[in-house]
Design a protein around this ligand. Structure first.
Ligand code: GLN
Length: 232
């Protein structure tokens, strides 16, 4: 059973208690599932009305060109900017991080809400997707396997952006006070730490019963169970 958060923060007078997941294309249900495991209401966001009461918004992985076109066709780019200005926090996973970047190598940026330079498909084709084990102290309680699907590389961050995870020549996770970006997909594993971290960034309280990095009751129902991307 899902437990709702009783201590919802107020943003410009509105009580916010939920986290939205942009539902135009890409991995939406996996994020909603992770939020619900933490006792947070996850809302599918498709239209202007869906933004009300959101403390945070997740831009999922998928295909950034497709999402950026749909954002502009439905004027949802303006809605994201408006609610970002009223205090809504945003987390972009993979394609979502590309949408948020101020600079995209060789292409026009979309929302430009975080000062990072990102390069699309920087590891190669879909066949070059992989998993890799990593640990971010203060964010993850233990090392866990991270899933990179035709991922971009964050090449540089601006002065107001902190690097959370650097691997080899690329930055895999970074944040500003308002925005989190990861080039991997915690929603495609049983790892709840990143959703817990983002929930706290949104000033919501995740359910505390489960303190481990990996939720033992999680089962992979996504397409990645059929993919040969290793186990980190
Ligand atoms: N390759 C995709 C893009 O450039 C991102 C892939 C993903 O979100 N896993 O939009």
């Amino acid at each position: 059973m899902m437990m709702m958060n009783s201590e919802s923060p107020e943003l410009n007078g509105a009580i916010t208690s939920a986290i939205g997941v942009l539902d135009l294309q890409g991995g939406v249900s996996e994020h909603i599932d992770h939020l619900e495991r933490l006792g947070i209401r996850g809302i599918r966001v498709k239209k202007a009305d869906d933004f009300q009461n959101l403390a945070g918004l997740i831009l999922p992985g998928g295909e950034s060109t497709c999402m950026s076109r749909l954002l502009s066709i439905f004027n949802l780019d303006e809605m994201i900017e408006r609610h970002f200005r009223r205090g809504m926090k945003i987390w972009g996973t993979c394609a979502g991080a590309i949408l948020l970047a101020s600079s995209v190598v060789g292409e026009s940026p979309c929302l430009r809400l975080i000062d990072i330079e990102i390069e699309r498909n920087s590891f190669g084709s879909q066949m070059d997707s992989f998993t890799r084990k990593a640990h971010i102290p203060g964010m993850m309680s233990e090392a866990a396997s991270l899933t990179f699907i035709r991922a971009p590389k964050i090449k540089k961050v601006g002065p107001d952006v902190s690097i959370l995870l650097q691997i080899d020549d690329y930055i895999a996770a970074a944040e500003s006070p308002e925005i989190l970006v990861t080039i991997f997909h915690p929603e495609l594993t049983g790892c709840l730490d990143f959703h817990r971290y983002f929930t706290r960034k949104c000033h919501l309280k995740p359910r505390n019963e489960l303190k481990t990095t990996i939720d033992p009751s999680w089962n992979n129902t996504s397409w990645t169970r059929l993919a040969r991307i290793g186990r980190g």
